[in-house]
Design a protein around this ligand. Structure first.
Ligand code: PRP
Length: 213
């Protein structure tokens, strides 16, 4: 049997991914035990699973260290790695938004030269250049991006909004929606050629599991 290696995004997304893969017939008992291990096997089914930081999932898949990866569409867009995106998994739903204090709305409307803080500089650049035709200064942050406008590092942020509570609790509001987001399955392009039957079977079984709800 051809071995398959699947890269998962550490944390909540990995848990949801494993629930779905288990329903589709690709379980991994080793992973259910609490541990600091990063790689897990199901010998019987010829499967390896590993846990990585989200932005690294497309990297592992592009280089073929993983045949398959599961991560958010925000990360897939931002990283822009070579891989086939094969399935929308329907969980991890949220939005990429431009947010800031209400007072920043007019800066957007008047296409002012503003500062934008984001963990997603490529998505932010693409949005301001191609959709708004607005020249902006993009500042890359690594987290707690909502701080940007509060401490006057930036006028607005481009970030993920799920429940909206982080924005609310920090006196910020959504000023525009960039796009909807959800978890996606990606496949290495060479693996798709070399392990076609196994990968198509997995995609089919995961799709069936999704349809069965
Ligand atoms: C994400 C995102 C927002 C928050 C949105 O941050 O960057 O800050 O969640 O969720 P909400 O709309 O439900 O409040 P995350 O928790 O990943 O931490 P980080 O800010 O350190 O990246």
């Amino acid at each position: 049997m051809e071995e398959l290696t699947i890269a998962l995004t550490k944390g909540r997304l990995a848990e949801k991914s494993m629930k779905l893969l288990t329903r589709a017939g690709y379980p991994c008992r080793e992973m259910e035990e609490d541990s600091r291990k990063l790689i897990f096997r199901n010998e019987e089914l010829g499967l390896s699973f590993f846990l990585s930081k989200g932005p690294d999932v497309p990297t592992y898949v592009e280089y073929g260290a993983a045949d398959i990866g599961i991560t958010g569409s925000d990360i897939i867009m931002e990283e822009n790695r070579r891989a086939y995106e094969v399935l929308d998994l329907g969980f991890g739903k949220c939005r990429m938004c431009v947010a800031g204090p209400e007072s920043a709305r007019s800066l957007l409307e008047h296409h002012e030269m503003i500062r934008v803080a984001s963990k997603y500089p490529n998505i932010a650049r693409e949005y301001f250049q191609n959709r708004r035709h607005q020249t902006v200064d993009i500042i890359k942050l690594n987290g707690s991006v909502e701080l940007g406008p509060i401490v006057q590092l930036s006028d607005v942020i481009v970030d993920i909004v799920e429940t909206g509570s982080t924005l609310r609790e920090n006196g910020l509001t959504v000023l525009d929606t960039v796009c909807s987001l959800s978890a996606r399955m990606i496949v290495n392009q060479v693996s798709m050629q070399m392990k076609t039957d196994r990968i198509l079977e997995l995609i089919g079984r995961v799709r069936d599991a999704l349809n069965e709800g």
